[in-house]
Design a protein around this ligand. Structure first.
Ligand code: AMP
Length: 404
């Protein structure tokens, strides 16, 4: 059984076996780019899609059939929303598990289930679950006080990474500790809140596995994807990852174990460190499509978003075959510093695809879009996507996206 405090909300066998067919309505909590790309696939396949978030004219709302703007804590609005959909899913994990409970109370399937959300949205629960399941993770200790932190540093040694337990992503709420004397300053930096201390992994590379599990327990994966981060934010993804086959196979096996141990229906991504000795350690998991899987839109027979749709609707999972080696480069708000990026110049590079998320404000570090390139090898695809991205900055004119 999945580990949970919201265990009461598992699905009954009837909802599990009845497929949710085109024409039905998908409800997605969250309204960012992941919801947008899911919505585009949903519409292509003849589904309707409703989105719920506090925002308006959001990346998902712009392409959805219906955009509901209300606080996640507005449980009446949540109930109203779930009554109008046939299945509920999430595009980010920091939605209160109470939302999933309401959907389940209303008899609407929630996929993946609330227990998955509950486990993945807090780093201590997440790492604790993975460690208890016997899966390899970075060495860690829970931290609730400065004394815990000092004891943790004595145990794990330096350098180490202190991360807030809740609401962390893209390196937010995390600080690297080089010397034990820096403990008090690090504890201040993260706001003296519940945290996890991890040993710093001197990794050879980072990889992820995006995988899906259907209502019938079927499993599909896209193999290992190689990820290059800049300032703790994903910068480039490459598929297939340039790692030895046993390393990729090990990562896929770990992903499968996570999906099965958590009884996931939907897509889940595990992000891993590959140590210099070739060991694979899980850093974290995301119970949804993932930035590193965006290249599947152009490079795979079935994109990770179509796969999410198929999984949550009880349809057979699609082929994950990669058509060609691929590279994806993120486009952050920083690109707008010198004016509107030169989209035409980037599109001139053969085989490069432009994806923009419809966000109004290009803040530094904000994910505004991505480029994908296919090639005859990963290195060729990487060169293409880097050339295209470099060309974006040639254009200093224009007004840029409309501010909110
Ligand atoms: P996270 O928010 O945990 O995904 O961390 C973002 C990035 O920070 C990771 O992709 C790594 O590049 C780096 N990082 C996080 N934790 C560690 C660690 N324990 N050891 C080394 N690098 C880390």
């Amino acid at each position: 059984m999945p580990p949970t405090t919201t265990m009461a909300v598992t699905e009954n066998s009837k909802t599990k076996t009845t497929p949710i067919l085109p024409g039905a309505t998908i409800g997605v909590f969250g309204s960012g780019q992941l919801g947008r790309m899911l919505a585009l696939e949903a519409r292509r396949m003849g589904y309707r899609i409703h989105t719920f978030s506090p925002d308006q004219d959001s990346p998902t709302g712009q392409v959805a059939d219906r955009e509901v703007s209300a606080a996640y804590a507005d449980l009446d609005a949540v109930r109203q929303f779930v009554r109008g959909v046939d299945v509920v899913t999430f595009e980010f994990e920091n939605v209160a598990a109470a939302v999933a409970d309401i959907a389940a109370e209303e008899g609407v399937p929630v996929r993946p289930g609330g227990w998955v959300l509950h486990t993945a949205q807090q780093r201590l629960r997440e790492k604790g679950f993975l460690a208890e399941a016997g899966l390899p993770v970075t060495p860690f200790v829970p931290v609730h006080s400065l004394a815990d932190l000092e004891a943790g540093l004595a145990r794990l040694g330096c350098p180490a990474v202190l991360k807030t337990a809740a609401f962390g992503y893209d390196g937010k709420g995390q600080v690297k500790i080089e010397r034990p004397d820096d403990a008090a300053a690090a504890w201040q930096t993260i706001g003296q809140q519940e945290a996890i201390l991890e040993g710093f992994v001197d990794f050879q590379c980072e990889i992820s596995v995006v995988a899906a599990r259907g209502v019938d327990g079927s499993f599909a994966h896209y193999g290992a994807i190689e990820n290059i981060h800049r300032n703790h934010i994903l910068d480039i993804s490459l598929a297939p990852a340039r790692v030895a086959r046993p390393v990729a196979e090990r990562a896929v096996a770990l992903a499968r174990s996570v999906l099965e141990a958590l009884d996931v229906i939907g897509v889940l991504c595990v992000e891993c460190f590959v140590t210099r000795g070739g060991e694979v350690l899980i850093n974290e998991m995301a119970p949804r499509p993932h930035n590193s899987g965006h290249l599947t839109i152009d490079a795979a027979v079935t994109s990770q978003f179509e796969q999410q749709l198929r999984a949550i609707c009880g349809l057979p999972l699609g082929s994950t075959e990669l058509l060609r080696p691929a590279a994806m480069a993120n486009l952050l708000g920083d690109l707008w510093e010198t004016g509107t990026p030169d989209w035409a110049a980037a599109c001139q590079v053969p085989g490069v695809k432009l994806h923009l998320y419809g966000k109004h404000e290009p803040r530094p570090g904000r994910k505004m879009g991505h480029l994908t390139a296919l090639g005859s090898s990963v290195d060729e695809a990487l060169a293409q996507v880097e050339t295209a991205r470099a060309r974006l900055q040639g254009y200093a004119g224009g007004r840029g996206p409309t501010p909110c």
